[in-house]
Write a protein that binds this ligand. Structure first.
Ligand SMILES: N[C@@H](CCC(=O)N[C@@H](CS)C(=O)NCC(=O)O)C(=O)O
Length: 297
């Protein structure tokens, strides 16, 4: 039987689930304070709105960065209509549970976007939906029409795969309150399998669909490119990321793009102070408003 419940009799149970699950609010771990089994807002708080056509509410995690990279790529390419305000959502402090944020994203997760460029405001949540919405609006970074199915396949591959890397591997390797062998093994295996998928695919391609740089690269780079560049979970030796040579070559090329370097800085609250631009409201902010320039102000 393929999906049976046959238990290995040699393995002792470390936990017997009760008949009905109840919420243990002190279950430990990095995210214990913000995780809840219920949706909806916990407090009334309107979101700020700036002067630009796009209002982004985000944080520079991989899911946030892929969107700020796209905005910066559009602006770098001269699309002035893509000007945006990026407001900081501090997820460790629960900003995602404010009433205004939940109206933009009922799922209470960054990134969330209000598109105010048309007659009617449009909300967009889920980073993949935001990337597609903007790329289709400006008809850029989609690849050719003939390549669309391949581009979408890789974009959705990222959306489906990264939860195993972040919520699975990253969580149990770095954030869980204790180290448990079983989940670390399971998700390290999957993270390495995913890196191998990319490595094989990129063996004869400059970018994910060939010569054209698209939103699929932006989405995948933000997770797997940054993993390959030793920026996620302090796991580069453990996962031997250097051995994925084609991923390394692709990740390094994208990392050098000026728009990528700027996109990584937006809504960033960690790392070197000169890389932290907590909010972005103008192109000049990269020169004048990083934390090394503002200090603690
Ligand atoms: N599938 C979503 C995932 C978004 C997501 O997981 N965001 C995380 C940060 S990377 C978050 O906001 N977490 C806050 C929380 O879970 O309360 C997307 O791609 O937009």
């Amino acid at each position: 039987m393929l999906f049976g419940n046959k238990k290995d009799q040699t393995m002792p149970d470390t936990y017997s689930p009760p008949e009905i699950w109840t919420w243990d609010q002190e279950n430990g771990g990095e995210f214990a304070k913000i995780n809840r089994p219920i949706a909806g807002h916990t407090n009334e708080k309107a979101l700020p709105v700036g002067k630009h056509p796009f209002q982004l509410y985000s944080l520079a995690t991989p899911n946030g960065v892929k969107v700020t990279i796209l905005f910066e790529e559009l602006l770098e390419a001269g699309v002035r209509e893509a000007e945006y305000d990026a407001w900081l959502i501090r997820i460790h402090e629960g900003d995602q549970f404010g009433s205004g944020f939940v109206e933009v994203n009922p799922n209470s997760k960054i990134p969330a976007l209000m598109d105010l460029s048309g007659d009617t405001p449009v909300r967009v949540f889920e980073s993949g939906a935001i990337l597609l919405h903007l790329a289709e609006k400006f008809e850029m970074f989609l690849g050719s029409f003939d390549q669309r199915a391949e581009m979408l396949s890789w974009l959705f591959w990222q959306m489906g795969s990264a939860p195993y890397l972040g919520g699975g591997f990253g969580h149990f390797y770095k954030y869980a309150p204790e180290k448990w062998e079983y989940p670390i093994n399971r998700f390290a295996m999957e993270a390495k399998r995913q890196l191998d998928v990319l490595n094989r695919h990129l063996a004869d391609k400059r970018f994910m669909i060939g010569d054209a740089y698209t939103i699929a690269d932006m989405a995948i780079w933000s997770w797997y490119g940054q993993l390959a560049l030793s920026r996620l979970y302090d796991a580069s030796t453990f996962l031997d990321v250097k051995s994925y040579e084609n991923v390394q070559r692709w990740a390094q090329e994208i990392d050098l793009r000026p728009a990528v370097q700027r996109g990584r800085m937006v809504n960033r609250t960690f790392g070197e102070l000169e890389m932290q631009l907590h909010e972005r409201h103008d192109a000049s902010d990269f020169q004048t408003k990083t934390q090394d320039k503002l200090g603690d102000a």
